[in-house]
Design a binder for this molecule. Structure first.
Ligand code: NAD
Length: 363
């Protein structure tokens, strides 16, 4: 199969869909890899590294779309690309169609086979192509929280780990899934006092067993959230209710009870955010202040640490890309329920229930 790796054109997106190491594996399996010029630059991969791995560098996205059986991106195709997608071509990337009607209509019109990273699902319900980016965002949440606690950044001037003879800071992580666990581990590693809240008792039992002794897993309830907010230096929003907008667990009223200069990092902002006062921000202007509390609400956190995020993404996507390229999309979907769940739009028809329901379209 001819596989095209496109350069990301969405604002502040430095990742690329495949590392040179991934390209080498695909080429070794007999596929032809086309990589758009400078596609890897933001992730630290020069065109020469792709050529060494066996790829051909191609000057424009139009050429990639014209020549490839399958194109791969990180973010969804942008409006300037819609007209380049060919009928029958496989588009394999994050799509997030349920929140994007113009893109959904464009992909229906294209007649392409659109497989979304985010809906590929394992038998246990986990989403293997979302997990690595949640790991990155969770770890980064504490790095951002610690940075914005500094006084010059508007924070309250607490060093999360404290020092001998001085108390550490307090971190409250709401949601004990992938993001929450990685955030809590980072905060524990710095030496902070860490609370992690979840609604699932089974999850809390697991966290009690595996987390360090400076981490306290607690059942999430409005009363517990209210109590811990008074103490918190950093609050991380990390909840997910599958298929729904994030619940607003910290209301505007509660901010008044918090310390001035405390930092709230709403990682769940891509699902609407779990703090009432959250609104999406960007890496160039990541924070704003409400009632003296600093809010960090960047919706594409992993894009800022592309040298980590790109290899993490390739580690997860490569086995699926290889299977689709080896078998073709039809056989790959017949043989793998995981890949079949990734099908969102095929030959002009929506094939994913959640997307069809979002726009009242036929499924
Ligand atoms: P996950 O499913 O692994 O974990 C979510 C957890 O939230 C679950 O354990 C669930 O039991 C818990 N939960 C649900 N309701 C709760 C409540 N009321 N109180 C406490 N806990 C509750 O999900 P994840 O992979 O950790 O992702 C979390 C969020 O982060 C998602 O919205 C995801 O899209 C988002 N995310 C954002 C970025 C970014 O760049 N901003 C990057 C990656 C992930």
């Amino acid at each position: 199969m001819i596989v095209g790796i496109l350069k990301e054109i969405k604002k502040e997106e430095n990742r690329v869909a495949m590392t040179p190491a991934g390209v080498e594996v695909m080429v070794h399996a007999g596929h032809t890899l086309l990589v758009e010029k400078n596609a890897g630059a933001g992730s630290g991969f020069a065109d020469e590294a792709y050529v060494e791995a066996g790829a051909t560098i191609v000057a424009t996205p139009a050429e990639i779309y014209a020549k490839s059986d399958m194109v791969m991106h990180v973010k969804e195709p942008q409006a300037s690309e819609y007209g380049m997608i060919r009928p029958g071509q496989i588009v394999f990337t994050y799509l997030h169609l349920a929140a994007d009607e113009p893109q959904t209509q464009a992909l229906i019109k294209s007649g392409a086979v659109c497989i979304a990273y985010e809906t590929i699902q394992k038998a246990d319900g986990s989403l293997p192509l979302l997990t690595p980016m949640s790991e990155v965002a969770g770890r980064m949440a504490i790095q951002q929280g610690a940075k914005y606690l500094e006084m010059a950044q508007g924070g309250n001037g607490v060093l999360l780990g404290g020092v001998p003879g001085v108390d550490p800071g307090t971190v409250v992580v709401i949601g004990g899934g992938v993001v929450g666990t990685h955030a809590a581990r980072m905060a524990c590693g710095l030496g902070a006092k860490v609370y992690i809240l979840d609604m699932s008792l089974d999850r809390l039992r697991h966290l009690s067993e595996v987390m360090p002794s400076n981490c306290f897993p607690l059942m999430s309830s409005p009363a517990t959230v209210r109590k811990l907010l008074r103490e918190a230096d950093v609050v991380v929003g990390a909840v997910l209710v599958t298929g729904a907008k994030a619940p607003k667990l910290v209301t505007r009223d509660m901010l008044k009870t918090m310390k001035k200069g405390a930092v709230m990092v709403d990682v769940a902002i891509d699902q609407g955010g779990c703090f009432e006062t959250s609104k999406a921000t960007t890496h160039t202007d990541p924070t704003f202040v409400v009632d003296g509390v600093v809010h960090y609400c960047v919706a594409n956190m992993p894009g800022a640490v592309a040298k980590t995020s790109t290899p993490a993404l390739t580690n997860a996507t490569l086995p699926y890309a290889l299977t689709i390229a080896n078998k073709g999309w039809k056989r790959a979907m017949q043989d793998s329920c995981e890949i079949a769940k990734g099908a969102n739009v095929i030959d002009g028809k929506i094939t994913f229930k959640g997307v069809a329901e979002a726009f009242g379209l036929n499924y």
